[in-house]
Structures are given as C-alpha cells and as structure tokens.
Write a protein that binds this ligand. Structure first.
Ligand SMILES: Cc1ncc(COP(=O)(O)O)c(C=O)c1O
Length: 386
C-alpha cells in the first residue's frame, strides 16, 4: 500500500511539499478507523471504557512495560507524572533548554521549578554531563527528551539519577517506537510520557497522551489525579484534588488502529532520512544522534540565514518548520528560571530548520527538497559574495 502510494505520488511531484502530509497515512487506514468509530458509537462508552483499556494494554505491551494510563494530552502526562511522584513546591526538575515548551510547562504545572541545562552540540539532546551540571540540593527529577525522534543515552542519565537518588521521567512525545539497546523509549526511566498529537509518529485524531511505567502504584495515582481524584470506592468518592485529563474512547480506538502500522511507518521514515543523508548538499549539517533505534520524527538541519532560506524554499513550494526558534530559558515567562547562558541551545535556536518528513514521502519529493535547498544555498552564496 505504502509502496503503491509512493509510486502514485510521483505524479504529484509539482505540488507543494508540506512539512507533514497526513492525508495518505489516513487514507491507508480509513476503513479500519471507520470500523473502530462505529464500534465506539454503538458502545455508547465515550470516555474511558473497553477501548481505553485495550489501548492501555496494547501500548504497555508494545513498549515492553507492565502498565499504561491513557490521558488527555502529553503535557498533562508529564505534569501528572511529576505530581504523582510527589514532586512540587520547593523542588527543581532538570529539563533541556532545547525542546518543545510543554516539557518545562509541565514542571511548573506540577508546582516545581524547571532547571534548564544545555544539550549536545551534534544531536541537541540532553547528556549525562549536562544533566549532572543542573543538580542542586533541591533537584527531584530529570526529564530527558528524545527530541526529533533521536534517543538520549539513558544509561548515562540513569547513572546520574541513581547517584542523586532522584527520579527519571522520559519525555518520549517525539519518539514513539524508538529504542536504545533494545529497550523502547519511555520504558527506561521511572516513567515515560507520550503525546499522541496527530502529527506525532503515532498520532490520534485529536489530542491524546499516556504514561507508561512498571510501577503500578504510580500509574494508579496518575489515574486517580486524572479522574477528578476519584478513588476506587465510587463515582462521588474523591480521595485527592485531581483534574479531568481522561482519554476518550474515539482517540484510544484510533491510536490502536494506527499502532499496528507504527513499525512500518517508522521504517519508511528511516528510508526517507537515509535518502536525505545521501542527497543533502555538502555543507548541510544534519541534526541527529546516529543510533539504530532513532525514529526520525523531524528532519532537522542547521543553516545560516534561516529566514532567507525559508522564504526562498516556500517560493519553490517547500514548506519548512523551526523546532524551536527560542531556547526555553530565554522565553519571557521562563526567564525567571534562567541561570547561566546555555550557548549550544541558544546557537541552535538561531540555525535549526526542519525539512518535510512523513512516512509516505516519495523519493522524488525528497529529491525536490534537496535540489531546491541546493539552489537556495547557491543563490545565498552568490548574494553574499556579490
Ligand atoms: C517534546 C514534547 N513534549 C511534550 C509535548 C506535549 O504534548 P501535547 O501537545 O500532547 O500536550 C510535545 C508536543 O508536541 C512535545 O513535542
């Protein structure tokens, strides 16, 4: 199906190339999705229920852990995990300065303070050394982020956490199915949190999230917090002050449908990334950690004069993105948590450029992006030397 689509899509070669194209992916599973939705509609169980139970079992099994709780989104997944670990006021949580804002936002939502650390200059991932540099007497947890689908060296992070007697919560929102030495992302810390935002490697058809862990008590506490603090004793028995962050049945059923295709779609992403690596112009620096378990959520390169490049690529029908235009400690609401300068993150935020990548991207589309990039870089060189 995917190969057929790629064949057909060569005819679309003149069309603009979006950063992410979900249309062919959804076309591929449309019948399965419709069946799942009919089942949910007939069951009349729209929040929680058997579809959510099936999702939780399937996702825990896929990730190689014992427990999973489905939630409303990935931000809540992180915040509720920290809260359930007893982390809050007076505590600090180490987070990378290069990540989506939700990683730090969740720390504040839990009542704690983010402690920003720098990242490795090649992969833009947190390292054991950078995590250790953020330790203070108030540190309660480290949140490594498997950014862009690359996988953090979890052994090093775990060593730092073990010595400091603190928790590790993996933010695996950008790396569904990724692994490190045979272990799936999310399964290597005390807990792993996921977002299933539609454009993720495994996406719902709306907002959704989950936490996985081998600790049944931790998962129970998160489940209680996410369901208005309800205990097992009854609908109106509220053991804790919680909130509403439950997963709905339509999203759960949609994720289960897509889960059976995840490995194949990740293989396709790897092929697209390999094609990029072969074709990208010399002088183009690709941001990645070259480990076999990476899953290429984003195809990020570093360029000078990004604004010019983006405009020129858009004029050629190539959509690009920036992940992320500001190191988090420099964003206004987060400046109060800013310590020293974090040079690698600050430099990267000025240079990173995300090129289109999605499982159904054809070779000819990758070629067009690379040719356009080469032209634009050539033009820019000509402008500079004029
Ligand atoms: C690294 C990272 N963490 C957390 C999140 C938050 O997930 P959500 O948007 O589902 O709340 C995202 C979402 O983009 C993310 O990329």
């Amino acid at each position: 199906m995917l190969a057929e689509y790629r064949q057909l899509s060569t005819d679309r070669s003149a069309r603009p190339i979006p950063l992410v194209d979900l249309e062919p992916l959804h076309g591929e599973v449309a019948d399965e999705l419709e069946q799942a939705w009919r089942r949910v509609s007939a069951s009349r169980l729209f929040v929680g229920g058997p579809e959510v139970d099936s999702f939780e079992q399937a996702w825990a099994g896929y990730c190689g852990v014992r427990h999973c709780v489905g939630l409303a989104n990935g931000t809540d997944a992180l915040a509720l995990t920290l809260q359930a670990l007893g982390i809050g006021r007076g505590d600090e949580v180490i987070v990378p300065a290069t990540t989506f804002v939700a990683t730090a936002e969740a720390v504040i939502l839990a009542g704690a303070r983010p402690r920003f650390v720098d990242v490795d200059s090649e992969s833009l991932l947190m390292t054991a050394e950078s995590a250790a540099s953020g330790l203070t007497s108030r540190t309660a947890a480290i949140v490594p982020v498997h950014l862009y689908g690359s996988v953090v060296d979890m052994e090093g992070i775990r060593r730092v956490a073990r010595r400091a007697h603190i928790a590790v919560v993996e933010d695996a929102a950008q790396a569904h199915g990724g692994s490190w030495c045979g272990q799936k992302v999310g399964s290597m810390g005390d807990a792993g949190s996921f977002s299933f935002y539609p454009s993720k490697n495994l996406g719902a058809l709306g907002d959704a999230g989950a936490v996985i862990s081998n600790d049944p008590n931790l998962i129970d506490r998160i489940r209680t917090l996410a369901n208005h603090g309800r205990s097992n004793n009854g609908w109106h028995d509220h053991a804790l002050v919680g909130r509403n962050s439950r997963l709905d049945a339509l999203q759960a059923a949609s994720i289960v449908v897509k889960l059976s295709h995840l490995d194949r779609w990740n293989t396709s992403r790897r092929e697209v990334a390999e094609r990029y690596r072969d074709l990208l112009a010399a002088g183009c620096e690709i941001v990645t950690r070259p480990s076999p378990g990476r899953v290429h959520h984003l195809q990020v390169i570093r360029v000078a004069q990004r604004t010019y490049m983006r405009r020129a690529l858009r004029a050629r029908g190539i959509e690009t993105g920036v992940h992320y235009p500001q190191a988090l400690h420099l964003l206004e609401p987060y400046e109060q948590f800013c310590g020293e300068a974090l040079e690698t993150s600050e430099e990267a935020s000025r240079e990173v450029l995300s090129l289109p990548i999605f499982p159904h991207m054809s070779s000819s589309q990758v070629e067009r992006v690379c040719e356009s990039l080469q032209e634009v870089m050539g033009e820019f060189g000509a402008i500079r030397s004029a």
